[in-house]
Design a protein around this ligand. Structure first.
Ligand code: M6P
Ligand code: ZN
Length: 184
């Protein structure tokens, strides 16, 4: 297998022969936003984010690393910014790096005690996501937010608790400003 590929550090675009591509549209985001009726009012084919990933070993392999770029498009569902689904790692001890390449956004972290915090993302910002911490990224700007990520190949994605309980706070546009709003 060819284990080299190219990253355009300005746009985040990966180029290589063995990349996985995932597109998440408004249709795929059922249950993730606060205002489900606002989501249903949008064109279901609207792209929310796209992921390119390089996975040189099978998912679940201990000791390997995966690498990817996520492109979150600008937009709102009601007053909530377009964002990734967010996940815990199935293997909770696994951590991850995010590095912002383009656009402006926010990294939303929630620990096991359901304490949610938010950190600004801008080109060059590097974010270490600790173990046992759910992570989600919102685009708070008017252009594409691109960030690269590196995570262990045995992390896994746990979306179950996100769809059932959600994060304890959401990033919403309040009086024109990105504001972390606790869930009622
Ligand atoms: C980053 C990594 C991936 C993740 C992707 C989208 O690239 O953390 O593992 O899949 O973001 O995030 P999510 O899976 O939460 O939709
Ligand atoms: Zn992760």
């Amino acid at each position: 297998m060819n284990t080299d590929f190219n990253l355009d550090i300005l746009t985040g675009e990966l180029e290589g022969s063995q990349l996985y591509e995932t597109l998440r549209t408004i249709r795929d985001m059922e249950g993730y936003y606060h205002d489900e009726s606002a989501r249903e009012g949008l064109n279901p084919q609207t792209p929310v984010y796209r992921v390119q990933a390089f996975q040189p070993v099978p998912e679940g392999t201990e000791g390997g690393l995966f690498f990817g770029t996520t492109f979150v498009y600008p937009g709102l569902v009601g007053d909530e910014y377009f964002m990734t689904k967010g996940h815990f790692h199935v293997n909770g001890s696994r951590s991850e790096y995010y590095v912002t390449l383009a656009g402006v956004g926010a990294l939303i972290l929630m620990d096991e005690g359901r304490r949610t915090t938010v950190t600004p993302m801008k080109p060059g910002s590097v974010h270490y996501i600790p173990a046992n911490t759910a992570h989600r990224v919102a685009n708070v700007g008017d252009s594409v937010l691109a960030f690269m990520a590196c995570w262990p190949s045995d992390s896994g994605h746990d979306y179950g608790s996100i769809t059932s309980e959600g994060f304890s706070a959401r990033l919403r546009k309040v009086n024109g400003n990105a504001t972390l709003v606790e869930e009622a």
